[in-house]
Design a protein around this ligand. Structure first.
Ligand SMILES: [Fe+2]
Ligand SMILES: [Fe+2]
Length: 154
């Protein structure tokens, strides 16, 4: 198939978002104390993760949850989204200048990285069996629409 006519798969779209999160997580772990850099990066990362999770649940996990093969991995992933959200909430409440903040941020980063790797290595494989080639364009469109809507509501 000629490259120009190739439609982006939902997997490529989600992976592009994951890579943005990876960059922000790497930068966040290099910040120190109650600095403006830490504040800004944490805010950007939190928004990126939360927007991604919400759009992913609606445009990607909804069809998987409705399928026999995808139900269990999708339910696990949605549960992990909740754990990452909880940690982000705790980090937001926690004093950024305290020594425990970075340790907690590292726990959140490790959990989120593990979650994204599992999506990329296992869940995408299951989803490839559930979704037809023609589903992808529609799902990418839905994913982008939900992401825009979440961002606009902030
Ligand atoms: Fe996810
Ligand atoms: Fe994801």
């Amino acid at each position: 198939m000629p490259a120009l006519n190739r439609v982006m798969t939902i997997f490529e779209r989600l992976r592009a978002d994951h890579d943005v999160q990876r960059t922000l997580m790497r930068l966040l772990l290099k910040t120190h104390g109650d600095s403006s850099g830490r504040k800004e990066l944490f805010g950007r990362l939190k928004r990126a993760i939360e927007t991604h999770a919400e759009a992913e649940e609606r445009a990607f996990y909804a069809p998987l949850l409705a399928s026999e093969l995808g139900r269990e991995p999708a339910a696990d992933a949605v549960r992990e989204h909740g754990q990452v959200r909880d940690l982000l909430g705790e980090l937001e409440q926690h004093d950024m200048s305290s020594s425990g903040w970075l340790a907690k941020a590292k726990v959140m980063v490790d959990l989120n990285e593990h979650h994204m790797q599992e999506e990329e290595r296992k869940t995408f494989e299951v989803a490839a069996q559930v979704l037809s080639d023609s589903d992808h364009q529609q799902l990418v469109r839905e994913f982008d629409t939900y992401s825009d809507r979440v961002r606009a509501a902030e």
